[in-house]
Design a protein around this ligand. Structure first.
Ligand code: UN1
Length: 512
């Protein structure tokens, strides 16, 4: 069964050979080599994409630079109107784009739809925001003076996104950046370039319908080399990058070396504390989805379950039973719960992690392994597994992008919070408890050190309305909702003297 993929590709303007470089509406030839995109679902070649050459990148950058000078002068609510149309275009293509994401990246069709829904929601959010880019006014210490602040756009924003949310993370950045008056250059993951090309076709239809110049939202394709064009380019004041901590450190150094800004959303090593006061029905459901959803390839995936001694055995048995019911298989088939990993490299990292954690003393409660046979020909399907482990194990300290859940036992809550925080990453966290003292301690300054801390819901599935991101090696950036828009703007403080004298600040006398 091909689940109607051929028609989906046609409707999304994806062909066997695709240009990967777009200045907005136009696609340009300037390329150097190509990337083949294979589906981890069935191993089939979906299409090829031309990699952007340095000359192609420069062409994109020059257009973007010019477009910024135009776009920044369009009133923000009118920019919002264009983003509103992008949201509507996404609504029209929701099923198609969701299916392509699912087929190219391997997440379930339901999750593919959910990802496109996040894009639609962020468009709505950005439209409202376009009338709310508020600055403060303040009282001057000098007579007949007025002070206020304004927020201005930065310029060309570089967006580097990862394979696991191949389209939503772009939209969180680009839609907010665009209402703020910036133009964007997007380098999607080289593991999911076709989903990005489909998005570029969607946004370009809106840009051309509005007679917008080239350069407002452009696309470049390639691996870290193309990423370097962006991170080293002095003309790009902000680089927003999502991916591994390793990648983030390189981007941060390159952008920091030229004193540019970076907004980083890197690895997570998210834990859920299950207290003896938890509603275990909720805890089991949340940990199951958190650990195996997207085959463990979300930044917010639940990787560690820190369980109170008094309920440890019950949680362990119930989870084992739930894992037996999981159906792994083609992500487009809605009967399946878990799809494949992105590629065979990811499979070998998964296997290495399991071997290493066992060598450190970990005990497999639900065994892992690669699935073989009919339907698993791509070689990317693995068994979600549970391993009893200790938090200090090297592998437990490390983010493995796969469905491996570590079970850890605790005796008292302060110890559990200590375990939860004792990893290099700080993205998402959760506690399952019906005890208000416990939940409030977990949310206090002495509680979770993560950017996201939840009570009685899991670590993944954050809503777009909140600021998304985390601390420590997660990189410190915040994207999407709340006042994350400020990262895409520069603040200017303005003092205006409407009197006829020139009093100096701090009461300084300077008379001649
Ligand atoms: C990511 O994994 O890169 O909270 C982003 C979630 C999604 C976003 C995850 N809304 O799981």
């Amino acid at each position: 069964r091909d689940f109607g993929i051929k028609e989906v590709l046609k409707r999304l303007s994806i062909s066997g050979e695709n240009l990967g470089t777009s200045t907005g509406v136009q696609w340009i030839e300037a390329s150097e080599g190509e990337i083949s995109s294979y589906s981890p679902a069935d191993g089939a070649l979906i299409g090829k994409v031309k990699v952007t050459s340095k000359a192609g990148y420069d062409q994109v950058m020059n257009q973007a630079d010019k477009a910024f000078k135009h776009w920044r002068l369009i009133p923000a609510p009118q920019r919002g109107e264009i983003v509103r149309q992008v949201g509507n275009a996404l609504r029209e293509s929701k099923e198609d784009l969701g299916k392509l994401v699912s087929y190219e990246m391997g997440k379930s069709y339901q999750e593919g739809l959910g990802e496109v829904q996040e894009m639609i929601d962020i468009c709505d959010f950005a439209v409202g925001l376009s009338r709310q880019l508020y600055g403060l006014t303040m009282h001057s210490e000098r007579p007949s003076h007025r002070m206020y602040e304004q927020w201005h756009p930065l310029g060309v924003v570089g967006v580097i996104s990862a394979f696991n949310f191949p389209v939503a993370v772009w939209s969180w950045n680009a839609m907010i950046a665009m209402v703020c008056g910036n133009v964007c250059i997007w380098k999607p993951s080289e593991k999911a370039p076709l989903s990005a090309i489909a998005c570029q076709h969607i946004i370009s239809s809106v840009l051309s319908a509005n007679d917008m110049p080239e350069g407002i939202s452009s696309l470049v394709i390639g691996d870290f080399k193309v990423g370097e064009y962006i991170s080293r380019d002095k003309r790009i004041p902000l680089v927003s990058a999502t991916g591994s901590t390793r990648m983030g450190k390189i981007v941060a150094q390159e952008v920091g070396g030229r004193l540019g800004r970076s907004l980083l959303e890197l690895g997570g090593n998210n834990a859920m504390i299950v207290s003896q006061h938890a509603d275990l029905d909720i805890a089991i459901r949340a940990s199951l989805f958190g650990a195996v959803g997207t085959a463990g390839q979300r930044c917010t995936t639940t990787r560690r379950l820190i369980v109170h001694d008094a309920v440890y055995d019950e949680v362990k048995e119930r989870l084992k039973a739930a894992y037996q019911k999981l159906v792994v298989g083609n992500p487009l088939d809605e009967a399946n719960h878990v799809g494949p990993l992105i590629d065979k490299d990811a499979v070998s990292m998964y296997l290495t992690a399991i071997d290493n954690v066992k060598a450190e003393g970990g005990k497999e409660l639900v065994s892992g392994g690669v699935l073989k046979g009919e339907g698993f020909e791509s070689g990317c399907y693995v068994k979600p597994c549970i391993i009893e482990a200790e938090n200090h194990y090297e592998m437990v300290q490390h983010e493995t992008f796969a469905p491996i859940l570590y079970l850890i036992r605790y005796q008292d809550l302060e110890e559990a919070i200590g375990i939860q925080n004792d990893v290099p990453q700080g993205l998402s966290s959760a506690i399952m408890t019906l005890n208000i003292r416990e939940s409030e301690l977990f949310l206090s300054a002495a509680g979770s050190d993560c950017g996201i801390a939840n009570v009685n819901i899991g670590t993944s599935g954050a809503e777009i309305g909140g600021a998304f991101g985390g601390e420590k090696e997660t990189g410190g950036g915040r994207e999407s909702g709340s006042d994350s828009w400020k990262a895409y703007m520069r603040r200017q403080t303005n003092t205006i003297n409407y009197g006829s004298a020139l009093p100096l600040a701090q009461g300084i006398k300077f008379d001649i």
